[in-house]
Design a binder for this molecule. Structure first.
Ligand SMILES: Cc1cc2nc3c(=O)[nH]c(=O)nc-3n(C[C@H](O)[C@H](O)[C@H](O)COP(=O)(O)OP(=O)(O)OC[C@H]3O[C@@H](n4cnc5c(N)ncnc54)[C@H](O)[C@@H]3O)c2cc1C
Length: 385
């Protein structure tokens, strides 16, 4: 294919992106060949290894400043690393970059002690965490919490309630738990070994993800467990909203990479596979799948890269990231589906990358806010509702 329009916005970080792609090719692809055949989620030891190795090379949590242990890269570069992870097709590549188990933007608001004790090990890839926000009756409406944080006379806290669909709770070193205090939603750091923090139900996601219920059975905490100390009491909503755009753009970039990879597979197959005496790529119905996909991937990529630049310029607004996440995640779902159609039964068979991606990419329309919620954000910004 000729030079793509989005390459104009990619210029400037080519060296680091090429270096990451080469790390994936040289180190992660051979390692992925050792993945067990059963189960979609790579074993925890392998994920740990990939995370630590990538942190050592400066890719993991790369946008964090050097004083926190990151590489101080602009967000535009980080978004391109996530794209490269998705487009590599390597199932281990996503674990080389910080996601929902890595350094939390909430902890950037932490006290100096919390930054030292919790954030820095996350940035170095030495620890992982989970975020316990969602509740059985508070999903999209995330801050209508019924889990409570009650302050004791000695300044400590007692947390009670239930959290659900918590990623990485089975493997994390600590949880960031958001509960309703008198002053409003408040985030707490809770060690996963706390005797009154219990893992309840386990959920198996459609592409192997493990999600957990967390039961807060009167979790007693010292005063300094509040993220940000006294200033953090009732502040979780504001701190959470501040960081949403980055999280959404990282998901968007991963989706664009996955879509690009799926499209590549579709095009390669359509050029080779023959039916009715002709290569299937010569048929207009097949071309329709692939050309429409190319147009949509290119548009999603341009939108995501432009929004990442707005983040670096300090002029991003939440509706732009919502537009990018909505466009990229829905595009990726459609493009993977079309690439699978082009492959016929070959792509549907267990073990084929498209069969896995068909299941994997679906969660991207739910995490970091569902597609409907992205539309709510954009509609509000348009003065509707
Ligand atoms: C893979 C995965 C990982 C996750 N990891 C975590 C985690 O680590 N920590 C955590 O706390 N949570 C996590 N979650 C939970 C996730 O944040 C919620 O699933 C998500 O916010 C949606 O909430 P819900 O599932 O309760 O759906 P609901 O909020 O019940 O929504 C149901 C449907 O109604 C729609 N809807 C709701 N409100 C509106 C509205 N105002 N307008 C239009 N449509 C609306 C939604 O879009 C959806 O289609 C994870 C979920 C998944 C799938």
């Amino acid at each position: 294919m000729s030079t793509s329009p989005s390459s104009v916005l990619e210029a400037g970080h080519r060296e680091i992106v090429d270096s990451f792609a080469s790390f994936v090719r040289r180190e992660l692809v051979p390692l992925a060949a050792e993945l067990p055949e059963s189960g979609d989620l790579p074993p925890a030891e392998m994920r740990d290894y990939v995370r630590r190795r990538s942190a050592k090379l400066g890719f993991y949590a790369a946008d964090h400043p050097e004083e926190l242990g990151g590489s101080g890269m602009p967000f535009t570069a980080v978004v391109q690393l996530h794209h490269a992870a998705g487009s590599s097709g390597c199932p281990l590549a996503p674990y080389a970059l910080a996601g929902s188990d890595g350094p939390s933007p909430l902890l950037r608001q932490g006290t100096p002690e919390q930054i030292e004790r919790y954030l820095k090990p996350l940035v170095r890839g030495e620890a992982t965490r989970c975020l316990a926000l969602t509740e059985p009756n508070a999903g999209s409406d995330a801050f209508r919490l019924t889990s409570t944080a009650v302050r004791r006379d000695d300044g400590g806290w007692v947390l009670s309630g239930r959290k659900t669909f918590v990623s990485n709770a089975g493997h994390a070193d600590f949880a960031l738990v958001v509960a309703q205090a008198e002053a409003g939603p408040t985030a707490f750091v809770v060690g996963m070994d706390h005797p009154r923090l219990r893992i309840g139900q386990r959920y198996a996601g459609m592409s192997g993800e493990e999600l957990y219920e967390l039961v807060l059975d009167g979790v007693e905490l010292p005063a300094d467990a509040v993220v940000g100390g006294e200033a953090g009491i009732g502040a979780a909503l504001g701190h959470g909203i501040d960081s949403l755009s980055r999280g959404r753009l990282v998901v968007a970039a991963m989706c664009n990479g996955i879509a690009e990879y799926a499209l590549r597979l579709g095009v390669e197959y359509a050029r080779e596979r023959r039916a009715f005496g002709e290569r299937i790529g010569a048929y207009q119905h097949v071309q329709e799948h692939l050309v429409t996909s190319r147009a949509e991937v290119e548009a999603a990529k341009l939108l995501t890269l432009a929004c990442a630049r707005l983040v670096d310029d300090g002029t991003e607004t939440p509706e732009n990231a919502a537009l990018a996440k909505l466009t990229a995640s829905e595009t990726a779902v459609r493009v993977v589906d079309r690439a699978l159609r082009v492959h016929g039964a070959t792509g549907w068979v267990r073990g084929h990358p498209l069969e896995f991606l068909y299941r994997y990419v679906r969660m991207m329309t739910i995490i970091e806010g569902t597609s409907e919620i992205q539309k709510v954000i954009v509609a509000r910004a348009m003065g509707l509702g």
